[in-house]
Design a binder for this molecule. Structure first.
Ligand code: ADP
Ligand code: MG
Length: 344
């Protein structure tokens, strides 16, 4: 039996802002635990969230860069669950009406044969929405106890969701790299994966080649390197195929990748949206973005990778693959242009 792999990625990009998405507390990384969590981040009674304008502008920037629709009205929603690092008992996110809808991203998948040009694909995005990060549980620092650091609580995130169009670990990595290149290019995320500024959840399923319906997916959470992303998917694909071929069934669940053992392990069975009891956030008005604000952000944008690419192909007659490689990060494009300018 031949199997086809189906992957959709959810990426959490931490937005570069000085203060948190709903409070004035600092987002600086590496401070002493719990020194950057104010009453709003702690969810104390009587506090109210106020939306960070910069976070909204970053979301608009992203939407424009991928050719998406920036929603004129989007709605914040409460996603209810209990966890020690979530003092309010809910996360403020967006659900039915996200700020960014649709859009596409061109990716370059390295050829298997050295020297061959990469394969180019255009991947559709589903949506991107604004939300707050949770705090952090520290399980290793205290014997027999867990510590809670709430400095990260309320840090602004853009969750970027792809359509289930990726067909291999290599394509998933190419997509994640392209997205990482774009958000850092736009200056909306520092892209520091070690510090958790860019984290990937990989939804993975398999189906017999030719079958139309998707198989059941498992979601591998919080991958913070491209190498782990690739290995986790490769392991997960093998696991699912072996499981099905042995007469078993894949269950919908969240899994964790353990790089030391190079395997994924079950974390928890996946909640359905119903379990979160989403409802519109009563403490925040709808987010209204008018055309003038979109234009202001557009006028303030750097030249986009897609624009540069078209220019390189048109003016310099470069191949699509070369143009894509040169614009995979702002640094490489700037290096290329400086080299070009230095030519006699
Ligand atoms: P949730 O938020 O519950 O994880 P979503 O519908 O937002 O669910 O989907 C999350 C991601 O899962 C998307 O990137 C989507 O493309 C991907 N996805 C959905 N179904 C499948 C599937 N059967 N196999 C692989 N990926 C999938
Ligand atoms: Mg998910």
């Amino acid at each position: 039996m031949q199997w086809e792999v189906v992957i959709g990625l959810e990426v959490h990009a931490q937005l570069l802002t000085r203060s948190k998405i709903f409070s004035g507390a600092s987002t600086r990384f590496g401070a002493e635990p719990n020194t950057q969590a104010c009453p709003v981040d702690l969810g104390l009674p009587g506090t109210l969230p106020v939306l960070n304008r910069q976070a909204v502008e970053h979301a608009i920037r992203f939407g424009l860069a991928i050719g998406a629709q920036v929603a004129p009205v989007s709605i914040f929603a409460r996603k209810n669950y209990f966890y020690p690092d979530l003092p309010k008992g809910y996360q403020i996110s967006q659900y039915e009406q996200p700020v960014v809808l649709g859009g596409t991203l061109d990716i370059a998948i390295p050829a298997e044969k050295a020297g061959d040009p990469p394969r180019i694909r255009t991947i559709n995005l589903t949506r991107a929405h604004l939300e707050e990060d949770a705090g952090k549980s520290l399980h290793e620092d205290f014997a027999g106890m867990s510590g809670i650091d709430l400095n990260r609580a309320g840090t602004p995130l853009l969750e970027i969701v792809s359509e289930p169009e990726l067909r291999s670990a290599a394509e998933a990595v190419a997509y994640a790299r392209a997205l990482h290149g774009l958000v850092t290019w736009l200056g909306i995320c520092d892209g520091n994966m070690q510090e958790g500024s860019f984290r990937v959840d990989a939804n993975v399923s398999v189906r017999p080649l030719g079958q139309k319906e998707f198989g059941t997916r498992a979601e591998i959470k919080n991958l913070n390197s491209f190498r782990f992303l690739e290995r986790a998917i490769q392991f997960e694909v093998r696991r699912q195929i072996e499981l099905i071929e042995d007469g078993g069934r894949v269950v919908q669940e969240a899994r964790l990748y353990d790089p030391d053992a190079d395997e994924t392990r079950s974390m928890r069975t996946k909640e359905d949206a119903d379990d979160y009891r989403y409802f519109p956030e009563p403490d925040l008005p709808p987010l209204v973005i008018d055309p003038a604000q979109i234009e202001a952000v557009r006028n303030d944008m750097p030249e986009l990778p897609s624009t540069k690419r078209a220019r390189y192909q048109g003016e310099l007659a470069l191949s699509q693959a070369d143009a894509l490689t040169l614009t995979s990060s702002l640094a490489s494009a700037q290096f290329f242009e400086a080299a070009l300018a230095a030519l006699p």
